[in-house]
Design a protein. Structure first.
Length: 161
């Protein structure tokens, strides 16, 4: 069942690129006592994710933070090394936290996993954006098609905050 507005995110662990190698970050560490924008992409380096979805969160980064957002994070069902390479490729630096959900555990736990095997991608995450306050989902925008980044865009979420 898909998570809904008002629900707590489940406990989860993510891998994130660190200066000394991959690090583990729990959902508690990420969300507790914070206001977080979390957006998910079906895959790092894919065209819509790289050219349409992620750039909006870079463009509105300062504006989102001015609205009280503590952290902006992107999650994908990719390994942490791919996420690190994507972070470097996009020039995001530390403006966006890159989270690896390598086995799709988080995507499944929130009911936002997607079987994209027909396109050769296997099990991935649906494309979405959400505002999370202290672990509770306050806004949720799930894209109807993985090849679009409109409903889940940074501009849509910005207008909702």
């Amino acid at each position: 069942m898909t998570i809904t507005i008002g629900e707590h995110l489940p406990d989860a662990s993510f891998r994130t690129p660190g200066e000394d190698g991959p690090a583990t970050l729990t959902s508690g560490e990420l969300f507790q006592g914070k206001r977080v924008v979390l957006f998910a992409v079906p895959g790092a380096f894919t065209p819509t994710c790289t050219m349409n979805h992620l750039p909006g969160f870079l463009e509105l980064n300062d504006d989102l933070r001015a609205k009280g957002v503590d952290t902006i994070a992107v999650v994908a069902v990719n390994d942490v090394h791919v996420m690190k390479a994507w972070q470097k490729h996009t020039g995001a630096g530390d403006r966006i936290l890159f989270l690896s959900d390598g086995n799709g555990t988080f995507a499944k736990a929130v009911g936002l996993d997607a079987d994209l095997s027909a396109g050769g991608l296997g099990i991935r995450s649906k494309r979405y954006s959400m505002l999370v306050e202290d672990g509770v989902v306050k806004q949720l925008n799930v894209e109807p098609s993985p090849g679009q980044a409109d409903t889940s865009s940074a501009h849509t979420l910005f207008d909702q905050i």
